[in-house]
Design a protein around this ligand. Structure first.
Ligand SMILES: Nc1ncnc2c1ncn2[C@@H]1O[C@H](COP(=O)(O)OP(=O)(O)OP(=O)(O)O)[C@@H](O)[C@H]1O
Length: 625
């Protein structure tokens, strides 16, 4: 039984456990950041100055307006000195000698005027700051997006969409927030404190020195907390990017999630990632709160010291009551400013973190650029692979010495069991990855010397994964050649045998395709991709399982369109569909990292698709009369 008014043993041990947990939480919050968690610093700020430089006129005007407002604001507490010393204590000569009204009226009028001018200037300052902030973000975000789009394809194949998006948008938002909130407040407060100190020195030098004696304590608080808060912010931003990554993944794969009735599982997974972020945020909030409490404590001590020392000066007759009151009003009003001033280096840490992360992205290598690489004017479409060897980073060799030549007009089927490396061949041709050995030549020029964007302009791809943008069918077809006329778009759609389907939609070519093309059937989407390829009219055509999801009737339609499309181009066809292999003139069998050309009659029985092809194979000429 617990004793009345006391604590039982159980309560005591509960209290003890809770205190221990509290202590270990505080220890965890205050733990020193490891070296790996310390992202950059001032050099990141310097990096971003390049975006501020072109805006220097707006910036300078905003700064001028800020200085002006701060200067006027610093005059206001002085009114209490005038009121006490000149008006209350009878030194009337002060103001009334200057104005034809009483000192009190003059003081009130001066305050009104000051307020009106300050208000007007503040509006102007806000406008200029908004200009600076928005134009800064526009330049930075445009540059960043442009930079990210130029990463090698391999980067996008290894990173998830949500993660990349979080880094491009969230971090810029945080920087923008700093620009819109902290930076202007910081500058305004620094100015105010500077002006206030000029007045304080003129009021009482010794008392001002007492105030200045507290500066080292504020600095000490910063030294203690800056590194910890920056590391904690980095952890938070990184976890936040994981949340975006998981969210994007679930939304993109919603069909799979629903098919497996996995909504609860996925909601749970997101919730776990979010909980992780929340834990880190709580710790970060506490970290900021600790530094804030210590700073407030130092401020309080400073105020007590001013009262004690200033009061004794007044009692000793070394300071007037008006001066003392004005001094304390300054200290009280600029306590907030001093706090912002010293907390700024701490508060800015999340922004520095974002700056470091954005710089990290800018530091990643773009695809070897257009500069210095070749972009020939004419290209016939000849492809030659010689002894190509390739392994994905950290993976086993996929290709061990692939050699073949494809000439314009060839339709070459690449067959082989699943996972043998057929798509990898295409990835290498598209310059998504580079081979570790051997050469790939296009019209006799080494692929390594060719501009990747030029290479991709020479290739049309029709694959099983067709991406359609959320815009009209016409715009989707035109994506491959934006300058094409309406007539050319319709002609391409006719050739792709999708024209009649399009006319069947309520708005014809102006029909807006649902997100990811969901309002169109798979066959229609595939034929739209073929129409794109017709319009692009590129010398090389890649067909990667282009009819994998179609029924026999639609497949026949698509196959006919593909047969027409393949004419006079160099076509590489990857397909397990024996019926489609019929359009190929040559067959390359890929096995154990090498290719060998096989006659339709000699395909090994082990390869089902190829064997099937053998049964149905007929020369391309027969398919494309
Ligand atoms: N981005 C990648 N990173 C690492 N390994 C990869 C990557 N893409 C493919 N691989 C691996 O390389 C090998 C060849 O894959 P590839 O996609 O080229 O095969 P495929 O012959 O096209 O298969 P399928 O007929 O099933 O499409 C496989 O073992 C695969 O796991």
């Amino acid at each position: 039984m617990p004793e009345a008014g006391g604590l039982s043993g159980i309560q005591c041990s509960g209290l003890f456990r809770r205190s221990r947990r509290g202590l270990s939480f505080v220890r965890e919050v205050l733990r020193s950041p490891s070296g790996a968690e310390r992202p950059g610093g001032t050099e990141d700020i310097a990096f971003f100055l390049r975006y501020v430089r072109p805006l220097w006129k707006v910036g300078a005007s905003a700064l001028l307006a800020t200085v002006f407002v701060a200067g006027l604001k610093a005059l206001i507490p002085l009114s209490s000195k005038v009121f006490i010393d000149d008006i209350l204590l009878g030194n009337e000569a002060g103001l009334s000698s200057l104005f034809p009204v009483s000192s009190l009226t003059a003081l009130a009028a001066a305050l009104l005027l000051l307020g009106a001018v300050m208000g007007g200037m503040d509006v102007l300052r806000s406008y200029l700051m908004a200009q600076l902030r928005e134009r800064f973000s526009l330049a930075l975000q445009t540059d960043l997006f442009d930079h990210v789009l130029r990463f090698p394809l391999s980067y996008f194949r290894s990173q998830q969409t949500g993660y990349v998006m979080s880094r491009v948008s969230d971090d810029v938002q945080i920087l923008q927030y700093v620009f819109s909130q902290f930076l202007p407040t910081m500058i305004a407060n620094v100015m105010y404190v500077a002006f206030a100190f000029v007045v304080l020195f003129s009021l009482n030098l010794r008392l001002t020195l007492v105030v200045l004696a507290f500066v080292p304590f504020f600095l000490l608080v910063n030294v203690l907390f800056i590194g910890r808060i920056r590391a904690a912010s980095y952890r938070e931003r990184e976890r936040q990017a994981y949340v975006s990554r998981d969210l994007a993944e679930v939304i993109t794969g919603i069909d799979t999630v629903k098919t497996h009735a996995a909504e609860d599982r996925e909601a749970g997974r997101i919730s776990r990632t979010l909980r992780d972020v929340v834990q880190i945020r709580i710790k970060n909030t506490m970290l900021a709160a600790f530094s804030e409490y210590i700073r407030i404590g130092v401020q309080f001590l400073m105020l007590v010291a001013v009262f004690w020392y200033g009061g004794s000066e007044v009692i000793a007759g070394a300071m007037s009551v008006g001066d003392f009151v004005a001094f304390t009003v300054y200290i009280a009003t600029f306590a907030a400013s001093v706090s912002i001033f010293f907390s700024f280096p701490v508060v800015i840490q999340p922004a520095l973190t974002s700056a470091a992360r954005i710089r990290e992205i800018f530091g990643l290598e773009r695809e070897v650029g257009e500069e210095g690489l070749l972009a020939p004017e004419h290209f016939r479409g000849q492809i030659a692979f010689t002894d190509i060897a390739f392994a994905y980073p950290g993976g086993a060799p996929v290709l061990r010495g692939v050699s073949f030549t494809a000439r314009p007009g060839d339709v070459i089927a690449v067959v082989g069991r699943t996972g043998v490396g057929k798509t990898t061949l295409i990835n290498l041709l598209m310059k998504a990855f580079s081979p570790q050995a051997g050469t790939i030549m296009l019209d006799g020029i080494d692929l390594a010397d060719l501009d990747p964007r030029w290479v991709r302009r020479q290739i049309s791809v029709v694959s099983q994964e067709i991406f359609l943008f959320h815009t009209t069918i016409e715009e989707n077809i035109r994506y491959s050649r934006p300058e094409a006329s309406r007539g050319e778009v319709i002609e391409a759609a006719r050739k792709a045998q999708v024209h009649d389907d399009i006319l069947g939609f309520p708005n014809g070519y102006a029909t807006v395709v649902g997100e990811r093309g969901t309002r169109l059937s798979v066959g229609q989407r595939q034929r739209i991709a073929i129409a794109r390829a017709f319009l692009k009219d590129a010398p090389i055509l890649i067909l990667d399982e282009p009819t994998s999801a179609l029924d026999t009737a639609t497949e026949r339609q698509v196959q006919e369109a593909l047969g027409t499309l393949a004419r006079r181009r160099t076509t590489l066809l990857i397909s397990h569909r024996p019926s489609l292999l019929a359009i190929a003139g040559r067959i390359l069998l890929l096995e154990e990292g090498r290719v060998r050309e096989v006659e339709p009659g000699s395909i090994p029985a082990g390869d089902a698709a190829a064997a099937d092809a053998q049964k149905r194979h007929r020369p391309v000429a027969a398919c494309n009369p």
